[in-house]
Design a protein around this ligand. Sequence first.
Ligand code: NAD
Length: 357
Amino acid sequence: QDDRQTLLVTGGAGFIGANFILKARKARWAKIVNLDKLTYASNLQNLAILQDDPNYNFVQGDINNLELVCYLLEQYQPSAVINFAAESHVDRSIFSPQDFIQANVVGTFKLLEASKIYWQKLTATRQKQFRFLHVSTDEVYGSLNPQDPPFREDTPYAPNSPYAASKAGADHLVRAYYHTYNLPTLTTNCSNNYGPLQFPEKLIPLTIINALDGKHLPIYGDGQNIRDWLYVDDHCDALYLVLRKGAIGETYNIGGQNEQTNLTVVQKICEILDHLTPKLNFQHSSLITFVQDRPGHDKRYAINCDKIIQNLGWLPKENFDSGLVKTVQWYLNNPTWINSVRTGEYQNWIKQNYQNY
Ligand code: NAD
C-alpha cells in the first residue's frame, strides 16, 4: 500500500483499466492519473465513485498527443506508466484496421517516446524505480491446433487479425525501447478477460444482455473455437505484481488455465440465467444461433503462465464457474448501466459531469 507513488494509467475508462483503477484506489496501491481518449468503448461512469477522491485524476486525451503526455509526466511525476489504451475489438479491426494502427502501434510509440524523454531526466534512483508496463494480449502468438502446447513467452509471434498485428507491433516497440534506450519496460500477454464493466460487444456481456432481451445469441462458425478465460480481477492482481516484482525487459504470460469452447461459454451463461431468472418452459439456450464465421478466426488460444506463477508467485483466485455466476449477477444487478451503455446516455452524463469535454 503506497499512496505516495503515482501511476499514469492510459485507457483507464475501458473495461480492464477501470477495474484496475477501482482496485488500485480501494487498496491504496497508488495515486492514479487516468489518461483516456473516451472512445465508444469507454465509460467514465465506471469510475464515478472516485470523483471526490483527491488521489485520482482524470484527463481526457489521446496517447498519440506527445506534448500532452510529456506534460502529464512532468506534472504528476509518476513512478510508472501502465498502458491499457487500445482499440480492442477484433471485429472492428477487420472493418477499420487504420484506427488500430493509430491507437495501438503509433499510440504506444508516442507513449514510449514521452516516457523515454521523462525517464532520461530523472535522478538515477528514480530511473531505477521507474517502470513502463505494457498490457498486451495472447492473440499476438496466433492460433493453436488442438494438440499444440500452450503459448509460452518464447513462442514466436504470428498475429492473424489486424488487432493482433497492431498489438504485436506495439509489443515489439516496447521491447526495442528496453534494448535500445534501457527504458525499464515490462510486457504482459493475457488471455480473454471477463467480469463486470465489460462493453457489450464482447462475447460474455453480449450473450448475457441479448439473452435478457430474448434476442438471438450469435456464435461464430460451429462454436468450437477455444479461448482461455481469466476473471478481470485476477488480471489486475497479476499486473500489479508484475509492476512491483517483474524483471525489467521481460514479458509475462497471464491466463486462467481455463480453456473453453465459445459454445460452452454461451451454454454456461444460459444455464446460469435459467437458474437466476426462471421462466416457465423457457431455456435461454434456445436463443443460440450459429452465424457465418469471422474471417481469419483463430481456432484455439491457450496460455502457459508458469513463468509468472513460479517467478512471481501469482495464481488466479477465481474459478470459471463461480466467476461467470458473479459476472451474470453483476449485469442482472446493473440494468441502468446496461441501458446507459446501449443508448449512449453515458456520453450525456460525461458532458454534464465534466463540462470541459
Ligand atoms: P477497452 O476497449 O474496454 O478499453 C480501451 C480504453 O482505451 C477505452 O477507454 C478507450 O477510450 C481508450 N483508448 C483507446 N484509444 C486511446 C488513445 N489513443 N488514447 C487514450 N485512450 C485510448 O479495452 P480492454 O478490454 O479494457 O483492454 C485493455 C487493454 O488490455 C488493451 O490494450 C487490450 O489489448 C488488452 N487486453 C485485453 C484483453 C481482454 O480480454 N479484454 C485481454 C488481454 C489484453
